[in-house]
Design a protein around this ligand. Structure first.
Ligand SMILES: Cc1ncc(COP(=O)(O)O)c(C=O)c1O
Length: 446
């Protein structure tokens, strides 16, 4: 694994192998002043005239570029390894690679995907503590050596099929302030660290560091401080056993959204202070992290279409008079995307339990608003997008947009009931395209 210095974009000319069909990576380059809005206009017209009623995402790759600048500015000592599970779209992964971001992979499939993009194995951490044996063997034969563990049985498995692995001990940390608590499932307790490190030594395995995850959707910056202090204790136990560790992995849990309780900048200040206290630069410990939602959440906007509608009058008489001057009416809409598709966060992701769809078209302030209920397209009644919002009356065929849809959406959607998954259209400004030499990475004509 590389040190923290020198994050120049990698020139991967000639080394890109497509794991996904190239059409999945088609990128629209916004040149001559074209905006994302212009792109959407064209796309909606195209889909409309082709009679296609599928939802789609616009993936704004410039947003990932900006989030990376923000990361490097605020956390200069921490090298990011993007958590592939969060959004495994090929265009996203190529952008990460262009930005010299490493990858956190959770399985053989994710390792395969990342390697197939031309990424070298030293830029991957296999960050899953309970791995199938066949996946460990795959990592071994493909040169992915850095991997996490948190129990004795895993050590035994690794010693039998990847004895040269560089091991990172994941510890459980206090994650009560997080919306998705991962330490309930993973991580060794501090009391068992000595035994685990001792056993690794007996088996001749190399333990190079410590990792933790404060939980996804972390709301309390001090959780990082406490976890970093816990990691220091583990380093000290290692030192007493003659194990010199050199890597600290502070996991994920960062929010990139402006509307979250405590901003990324505030988190960064707490993290930097704790790192300087417990792992000062002269300790020569390399620091990495596994951010997922931070990088991609705000990059994706979902465009969904109204495919059906019912108007319910206050007296439960479903046959309204069709006039717009009846504020008692409740509007019920059905979109072409829902909780079995892009919006699975509503039932699966405790850190993202509501969405706020808004109309694509310009809404006049004088337009009457109605209480509206929005459902997804499937036959299941759990498939509800929002219980109540106030909107002008929508027609079938109108587009709604939902922002901040990049995290745990694409990678969790299904085609239940035969409704197609939303297509992804990546866009990037011409400026970013040329600054990062993206034609090499995406292997596309300009
Ligand atoms: C091991 C590991 N690393 C990183 C992440 C990414 O977390 P987040 O998206 O909150 O940054 C996860 C999420 O589940 C994870 O399990």
């Amino acid at each position: 694994m590389e040190d923290n210095a020198g994050h120049a974009p990698v020139n991967m000319k000639g080394s890109v192998v497509h794991v996904l069909p190239p059409e999945n990576c088609d990128i629209d380059i916004l040149d001559n002043g074209r905006t994302i809005r212009d792109f959407m206009d064209t796309k909606m017209k195209e889909l409309g005239s082709a009679g296609i009623e599928e939802p789609f995402y616009v993936a704004n790759l410039d947003s990932i570029f900006e989030m990376n600048l923000r990361w490097r500015t605020n956390l200069p000592r921490v090298r990011p390894f993007y958590a592939v599970k969060c959004n495994n779209d090929a265009a996203v992964l190529r952008m990460m690679s262009a930005l010299d971001i490493g990858f956190d992979c959770a399985s053989k499939g994710e390792i395969q995907l990342v390697l197939s993009l031309g990424v070298t194995p030293d830029k991957i951490i296999y960050a899953h503590t309970t791995k199938p044996v066949s996946h460990i063997k795959y990592a071994c034969t493909h040169g992915v050596d850095t991997m996490t563990f948190d129990n004795l049985d895993e050590l035994l498995k690794i010693s039998l099929c990847h004895a040269k692995a560089k091991l990172v001990l994941r510890i459980a940390v206090d994650d009560v302030a997080s919306k998705v608590r991962l330490s309930l499932k993973f991580g060794a307790r501090l009391e068992s660290v000595g035994k685990l490190l001792g056993r690794a030594k007996e088996l001749g395995l190399e333990v190079i560091g410590v990792s933790f995850h404060v939980g996804s959707g972390c709301t309390e910056a001090l959780a990082f401080k406490e976890a970093i202090a816990d990691a220091r204790r583990v380093f000290d136990i290692g030192n007493m056993l003659g194990i010199r560790m050199r890597l600290l992995d502070i996991g994920g849990g960062f929010s990139g959204r402006e509307d979250c309780q405590a901003g990324f900048e505030e988190f960064s200040k707490v993290i930097n202070k704790a790192l300087d206290e417990f792992f000062p630069p002269d300790s020569r410990v390399q620091i990495i992290a596994e951010p997922g939602r931070y990088y991609v959440d705000s990059a994706f906007t979902l465009a969904a279409n109204v495919i059906a509608k019912r108007v319910i009058a206050d007296d439960m008489n479903e046959h309204s008079d069709g006039e717009n001057n009846c504020p008692e009416r409740i509007m019920v809409y059905y979109l072409n995307d829902g909780v079995y598709g892009s919006l699975s966060c509503l039932i699966n992701d405790a850190a993202h339990t509501t969405v706020e769809p808004y109309l694509y078209r310009v809404v006049e302030s004088s337009e009457q608003r109605y209480q509206s209920v929005i459902w997804g397209p499937t036959c299941d009644s759990i498939d509800k997008v929002t219980d109540s919002c106030w909107m002008p009356e929508l027609d079938v065929g109108e587009w709604l947009l939902i922002d901040n849809m990049g995290a745990y959406s694409v990678s969790l959607s299904t085609d239940f009931n035969g409704f197609e998954r939303a297509h992804i259209y990546p866009v990037v400004t011409a400026e970013t395209w040329s600054t990062l030499n993206l034609s090499d990475i995406y292997n596309l004509r300009q």
